[in-house]
Design a protein around this ligand. Sequence first.
Ligand code: NAP
Ligand code: FE
Length: 362
Amino acid sequence: MIQERNAVKKGAQHFKGVGSHALLVTGKHSAVASGAQKDVTDVLDSLGIPYDVFSQVEENPSLDTVEKGAYFGLEKGADFIIGIGGGSPLDASKAISLLMGTKESTGKDLFNKDIPMKGLFLIAIPTTCGTGSEVTPYAILSLHEQKTKKGMSQRLFPNLAFLDATYLESAPPSLIQYTAVDTLGHLLESYINPHASYYSNMCVEYGMGLWAKKKEHLLTGDFTKEDYEHFLTASSMAGMAISHTGTSLPHAMSYYLTYEKGVPHGKAVGTFLASYVKACPDKKWIGKVEKMLGFSSQGEMKDFIERILGRLSIPEVEGLDCAKALLSNHEKLANCPFHLTKEMAVSMYKESLDFVVKAKRA
Ligand code: NAP
Ligand code: FE
């Protein structure tokens, strides 16, 4: 992991010897708008390494898109991957790397951990400050057949990550706000997690300190170069933490809002954070978390998040269905340190969202 201004250009030597033809995996605009793509192609041109660009990654990338990207990369003869963008292109680049590196595989194999898969050399360059995907082995894909988002079962850490906070400067304030709230989610869900360790907590505590120092700027949406640096670093600290622990209930609860209602990932996760913290029975631990984040009470944290995100509403019947579904999400329940009852699940949804009851026709 190389983090500094101009990291890509200063680290040009790291592109040598990793492959002979690069596939750049990007979204439609952000890689170019942030300046990251030009830095990469300047370096590749200077080293005489040919490249092709797959720029079709949508937000919350689908399995279809990554299959298409892998097919494109193989056809072009690429033998290493450079993912540039927010979590969506970075996650897609991991899936594409695995599919290209294991030629006989299909998209479904990404969700079967018993099938051995090997990725191509992967470089990750983030342009948002939320997912930490550049340092995690996870990739979340939209599965249209199942009408949901799901983390792939295969794991792949990028081989190399370049972090340059100047790439955040082209982002609209709301993107920084939402992705910084995603970071907060990773920090909290890693800390309040049965798999937390000395190492994950070390990353969380450092990340919370950075986040807390700059959090007031999330309310105004005015960011300085130093703010971008802090939020980017907090994001990768949080990424390292969830690489140890995984995420917990707020992430599980977010997927419905994102898939069915189009709510951006960070906003959807942030909606459920205060109720997750409130549900945790270990109040001493929670007091410590609030102190690290610079809040004097749980209520203050809830208000702060709502001032950034606003409050979402959902038909009551859908909220109750979501609560039921959460109780059968065994993978995420395993990352929650307390026993979740049906009543607790329902109140977490009710506290986090406004339940709208449809009026009956007269
Ligand atoms: P994103 O979905 O990658 O991007 C959101 C939007 O912001 C896109 O329109 C993108 O444009 C634009 N954008 C990104 N960077 C920009 C910049 N610097 N300037 C201007 N526009 C920019 O956002 P994200 O929140 O970073 O990623 C969310 C995804 O990551 C979700 O699918 C989520 O499930 C996943 N995730 C993964 C992990 C993990 O560990 N792997 C953890 C949490 C979440 P383009 O479309 O042009 O790129
Ligand atoms: Fe997340």
